[in-house]
Write a protein that binds this ligand. Sequence first.
Ligand SMILES: Cc1cc2nc3c(=O)[nH]c(=O)nc-3n(C[C@H](O)[C@H](O)[C@H](O)COP(=O)(O)OP(=O)(O)OC[C@H]3O[C@@H](n4cnc5c(N)ncnc54)[C@H](O)[C@@H]3O)c2cc1C
Length: 197
Amino acid sequence: MTDVVIAGYGPAGAAAAIAAHDAGRSVLILESAERGGGNARYSGGFLFDVPGDAAIAHLDTLCFGRTDRRVLEAYAAGLHELDGWLRSLGGTTAPFEPPPARLPAPFPSWPHLPAGSRIRYRTVAGGTGRRGEALWDLLDAAVRARGIEVRCQSAAEHLTFGPGGDRGVVPPGASRAPTDLSPVWWRGEFVRRPPAG
Ligand SMILES: Cc1cc2nc3c(=O)[nH]c(=O)nc-3n(C[C@H](O)[C@H](O)[C@H](O)COP(=O)(O)OP(=O)(O)OC[C@H]3O[C@@H](n4cnc5c(N)ncnc54)[C@H](O)[C@@H]3O)c2cc1C
């Protein structure tokens, strides 16, 4: 029996699969599309970080002050650790110094937010395509190297709980799952959203 079933093979699903596998769990990934990558393959692949504790004030403003501080702290810690984690997967990153005149989007993205001027960007090095593709190729290679099973064209449609309380993990990126079946991971327990209406 599989310990962890992950719905959605984008960056969130890949990261969850790697973490679960490296914690000694057997993992199965279900992906509804023909291949994994989700939006990451089309993304700019910019990995941002705000040095030090300033990240929390920055993220809090980005989230309109509505997100639990513990979530912000965990997210900020993840930002600080991202470069080391990608290196642990065999990748390398390089600082991205934006040439302002050439890009349609402003960098840093939110200069007026707390610590906005201290935001730093990196991208995954290597490859010849989009930086987002390079990021995805790295994550995909790490999943494949671990022998984690990925089933494409296999949408997760139901979440079931076995008699022993067996349960799966559905990452937030699997946004097309029916809302009344979408669990959210919260304080160690699954919480089922009430059906719409
Ligand atoms: C044009 C663009 C540029 C971007 N640039 C950046 C950037 O520079 N930096 C940055 O940090 N972020 C950027 N982003 C955002 C980034 O791509 C997303 O935050 C990231 O891809 C989210 O990862 P995810 O795994 O949560 O979701 P997704 O990437 O959306 O992956 C979800 C996966 O789940 C699958 N799925 C959905 N429902 C089911 C189901 N029921 N069963 C099985 N599979 C299912 C989908 O097919 C998909 O493969 C950009 C996004 C876009 C669109």
